[in-house]
Write a protein that binds this ligand. Sequence first.
Ligand code: AKG
Length: 248
Amino acid sequence: MLHRPARKDACHGKAAVSIAKSTLRSHGYATLQPRLALHPLLEQTIELARGGWVVHQPSWLDRATAHTLFQRLLGEIAWQRGSIQLFGKQVLEPRLIAWAGEMPYRYSGRTLAPATRPACLNQVWLLAETFAGVSFNHVLMNRYRTGDDSMGWHADAEPELGQNPPVLSLSLGATRRFLMKPKRHLPAEATREWRLTDGSVLFMGGSTQHHYRHSVPRQRGVAGERLNLTFRRVLCPPGAAVPDAGAH
Ligand SMILES: O=C(O)CCC(=O)C(=O)O
């Protein structure tokens, strides 16, 4: 489940589309569908050093679906300003967050308690799982109110995510820059940049989180709000012995 997708992979080829459609039909979801058939994934896969990869899928959700989801998330989610530990100090995060998941999730010295998945996420959650071929059990939601909100350099490399965690990031609303650069142990290479548009998906896998950091820098001049949903699979509670990801 956690390997790099190949063209014939059941998650990404024509088979994936039929799985997605039948699954959606059986759940009564006729409207919310990613445009898998229009965008063969292989062309959009970027190979990184040492077994990392990124798939970027613009227009993963159509505009109407992305807009509806954006509005529901703004209206129905209890957004909060969190604080994290940074260089030994508690600092307020420069954005709002919310989350849902069956497992506690710890990052930057903060533990998010399990939280019920709101109904407005049900459809998109299923789509994310079908697209990625991963059974996600946690989503962290980030709300960037203006271009002044940001996320610093980090990797999603918490031990509880396992060896090579797949991380799927959905963007809604204002377009923002997403940067990626290698950690210090790798030879320097140019910082990569994606412009994450409304309804787009960036799916990171393989060893990406071990060798690269990513960030969403401040962008003066961006007035609109952006929401980001980052789906993960948390394998165990913080500090517990990490089970073999393959067993899940
Ligand atoms: O907002 C984004 O695109 C990045 C989110 C992210 O890096 C995270 O939640 O760890």
